[in-house]
Design a protein around this ligand. Structure first.
Ligand code: AMP
Ligand code: GLY
Length: 427
């Protein structure tokens, strides 16, 4: 079967690589792809935010039998609905179901209505009312732009002055565009003894009836070591997460995963695809920090390499509503991903820097933002490369990933040196 994958980052490279291993998959196309994806797929230069243009391209390519929509924005824009309306098979939630990510106020309302544990919150569309509420509240406080904002629309404000500045930035200056027309003000969740709560990303396959969690992974969202600096799209990940025990996984299944699938059905928005639950461990139990309607980036880069089952088989089972009929198997051991970013990311950075790749040992690379110009590999975005490695333990995997990362160079290369270190005493 020939397959089209929508997207152009490290997540899509990992999806393309997993599909390329499938004996069922013939040719892979990727819209738009990058220099790494181009080694496995034919890259197609069509704007995937234009539903009609994508549908026209799929209509014209009769050999393409299945389309995988990976990023949040085309899902929120209804690309899966548009493809299905033209009779094409596609993987990903409908526009109505993707609202669980595209609108934080929708997601919070859903959790409140169906008793799914999450931080207390209020929603505002009026700046003065939001300001009055924040002035009367506790700190830190969390401000969230309602809509999609490249993972950057969340501000954790320690003081009233910071919160006032944040409110202005989101609601008046529209730093995140129309995503900030509606604002969610959230209680700050903490772990035991008021340390920041431990977080885990639980990506799940679901066909709207059955839900199967993938291996748990931990992202590092802040730009700098020690969780300092600005929030980013994600600077590195590892799996497994030692704190995520069988007891916690069972609690999450009963109190969060099953109720979320049921809630989406009850709302008439059955969710089929990958449901990503960003969770925090708090003294009252596990709580939802955010939902995403898709594979995480860079979580996918450590989770899919551990998948033993054929990915296309899982995708098709979801599309056909028979996920309960298949067994999904994982490798044991660990995987670590270190993101190499452009200097200055997530703020201002330059593109077009030449990249040299030396000996990687048994680490492997997914390209996040690269292009090839006259045969030369160059940086093309904030996040550039994902250096991944497997090992028996997180410590072993991180050692291999960092050894490989040291052999990759480009001007301004920026990365965190503490990915996966939290749980293995400084190895
Ligand atoms: P989000 O984009 O919603 O995942 O938020 C980005 C990051 O901000 C999360 O991974 C958390 O580390 C942090 N965060 C978001 N909401 C809260 C909250 N209510 N309490 C504490 N930290 C939060
Ligand atoms: N790694 C966070 C995300 O994909 O939203």
């Amino acid at each position: 079967m020939n397959v089209l994958v929508i997207g152009n980052g490290g997540r899509e490279h990992a999806i393309v690589a997993a599909l390329a291993k499938s004996p069922k998959v013939g040719k892979i196309y990727c819209m738009k792809g990058n220099a790494g994806i181009a080694e496995l797929a034919e890259c197609v230069d069509v704007d995937y935010m234009d539903n009609a243009a994508v549908c026209d391209w799929v209509d014209a390519h009769k050999d393409v039998e299945y389309t995988v929509v990976a990023p949040d924005d085309p899902l929120a824009a209804g690309l899966v609905d548009a493809l299905e309306a033209r009779g094409h098979r596609a993987f990903g939630p409908s526009k109505a179901a993707a609202q669980i990510e595209a609108s934080k106020s929708f997601a919070k309302g859903l959790m409140k209505k169906y008793g799914i544990p999450t931080a207390a919150y209020e929603v505002f569309t009026d700046y003065d009312k939001a300001l009055a509420y924040v002035r009367g509240g506790k700190f830190p406080v969390v401000l969230k732009a309602d809509g999609l904002a490249l993972g950057k629309g969340v501000l954790i404000c320690e003081t009233l002055a910071e919160a006032e500045a944040g409110l202005k930035q989101i609601m008046l200056d529209k730093a995140f565009g129309t995503a900030g027309n509606t604002l969610v003000v959230e209680e700050f969740l903490t772990g035991k003894e008021f340390t920041p709560g431990e977080e885990v990303s639980v990506l799940c396959f679901t066909d709207g009836k059955t839900i199967v969690p993938m291996l748990p992974s931990c992202d590092h969202k802040r730009a700098q070591d020690g969780d300092k600096g600005l929030n980013t799209g994600g600077m590195g990940t590892f799996t497994p997460c030692p704190f995520y025990t069988k007891e916690i996984a069972d609690e999450v299944r009963e109190k969060i995963l099953l109720p979320t699938v049921a809630a989406m059905n009850a709302e008439g928005r059955p969710f089929k695809g990958v449901l990503y639950c960003g969770l925090m461990r708090t003294p009252e139990g596990m709580k939802v920090v955010e939902y995403n309607a898709r594979f995480g980036d860079p979580e996918t880069q450590v989770v899919l390499p551990m998948l033993k089952t054929d990915l296309l088989t899982i995708f098709e089972a979801i599309t056909d509503g028979r996920l309960a009929d298949i067994d999904i198997e994982w490798e044991s051991g660990a995987c670590v991903c270190v993101v190499l970013a452009s200097g200055g990311y997530p703020q201002h950075y330059e593109k077009g820097k030449a990249i040299t790749v030396g000996d990687l040992g048994d680490a492997f690379l997914y390209h996040a933002g690269t292009k090839r110009e006259n045969g030369v590999l160059k940086t093309n975005d904030g996040r550039v490369l994902n250096v991944c490695a497997k090992g028996k333990t997180v410590a072993e995997a991180r050692k291999k990933a960092y050894a490989a990362a040291a052999n990759i160079d480009f001007e301004g290369k920026q990365f965190r040196s503490d990915i996966g270190i939290k749980y293995n005493s400084g190895v």
